[in-house]
Design a protein around this ligand. Structure first.
Ligand SMILES: Nc1ncnc2c1ncn2[C@@H]1O[C@H](COP(=O)(O)OP(=O)(O)OP(=O)(O)O)[C@@H](O)[C@H]1O
Ligand SMILES: [Mg+2]
Length: 333
């Protein structure tokens, strides 16, 4: 696909688990959390790609690998076809400017001792975005872009509400004129009414500035509202992805099906009390063999216990990693 801006090819990331001296003396081999287990994704220029999945499935790790806050253990992240792991010096700085991450908690990412003016001026000067004489005007423009009043420039982060702080975080990210925004749980900590304002602002900015957005979130309703395409993750793998409408209307992976059924607000006519999937989430330290979902899948067959299913096309740009060609009408109880 020619309009792919960012992509991952089979990326994996493991985090070593701290073990006691005793277990090491006993010769037990080093344990690791398998946070990402072969993720391949294409992110198309100008789209919003939603990433969903249960807590601990690797969404934040993937987001961090996309902006190279983590280096992957294997596989590659390609930005406009170049392996970002090979970037150094000015090329790496340019990548860092063009692909920006916005964090969930602006409290921890905004320096409490700096005014908004100082925060934005710093971001503008790090990447030499404007000559000194134009910085003040640009700060005004950025505040306007995120709909904060001009006098916000003289205030400190603690003087703002959660939603306003998130707008400051967005203004800071936009100050370096990025092409891709990676938003990890951008609005999860905000009240529902404020969430909608921030999300609508993001949608408007995306349209106006032709941004590509990777939107990581728990809330399926939000993801459905904002995303052109959705990727569903389970235990560090993308099990299904494709156009939002087709994922929500006709999920092709039993895990996605269970996830949607467990979120009654998505469609009140499907209201049910089922949890995301039966049984317990396996430990990412000890991954199941074969399909990672087989231990909880109501449709598991012998083959699923031994053979890892590849992501296969299901028509209309929709892919699912399941040995079944189609799901029965009612996959979960
Ligand atoms: N820096 C780290 N060191 C050790 N383990 C980590 C680290 N970061 C993530 N993990 C582990 O990797 C797995 C994936 O975590 P990650 O934060 O990517 O999940 P997530 O999908 O973002 O979860 P949540 O929805 O709760 O934010 C988890 O088991 C987590 O404990
Ligand atoms: Mg996370």
């Amino acid at each position: 696909m020619t309009n792919v801006i960012l992509s991952t090819t089979d990326i994996s990331k493991r985090f070593p688990v701290t073990q006691s001296v005793l277990s090491r003396l006993r010769g037990q081999h080093r344990l690791a959390v398998n946070a990402l287990n072969g993720v391949s994704l294409d992110i198309i220029k100008g789209e919003t790609l939603g990433i969903v999945g249960e807590s601990g499935c690797g969404k934040s790790t993937l987001a961090r690998c996309l902006v190279r806050l983590h280096d992957c253990d294997s596989g590659k992240v390609l930005f406009e076809g170049t392996d970002i792991g090979t970037l150094n010096g000015p090329a790496r700085r340019t990548f860092n400017r063009r692909v920006q991450m916005i964090f969930q908690d602006p409290y921890s990412s905004l320096n409490p001792r700096m005014t908004v003016r100082q925060i934005l001026a710093e971001a503008l000067s790090v990447h030499s975005m404007r000559p000194k004489a134009q910085i003040e005007t640009r700060i005004g423009e950025l505040l306007g872009l995120v709909r904060l009043p001009p006098d916000a420039a003289d205030k400190y982060p603690h003087e703002f509400s959660g939603g306003q702080r998130q707008r400051i975080g967005i203004a800071r990210a936009l100050s370096v004129e990025p092409e891709v925004l990676v938003a990890d749980e951008l609005v999860s900590a905000l009240d529902v009414s404020v969430q909608a304002q921030v999300v609508n602002l993001l949608l408007e900015l995306q349209d106006r500035l032709n941004l590509t957005v990777v939107f990581v979130a728990h809330d399926l309703r939000l993801v459905r509202h904002i995303s052109h395409r959705v990727a569903v993750m389970y235990l560090g793998k993308v099990v299904e992805y494709g156009p939002t409408s087709s994922i929500f209307a006709a999920p092709q992976h039993p895990y996605t099906d269970a996830l949607l059924r467990a979120a009654p607000e998505v469609d009140p006519s499907r209201r049910t009390r089922t949890v995301a999937a039966r049984g317990e989430l396996p430990s990412p330290i000890n991954l199941p063999k074969g399909c990672l979902f087989h231990t909880r899948c109501p449709l598991a067959m012998d083959r699923c216990r031994t053979e890892i299913p590849a992501l296969r096309p299901r028509g209309d740009g929709h892919l699912a990693a399941c040995h079944l060609d189609t799901l029965p009408a009612k996959a979960t109880p």
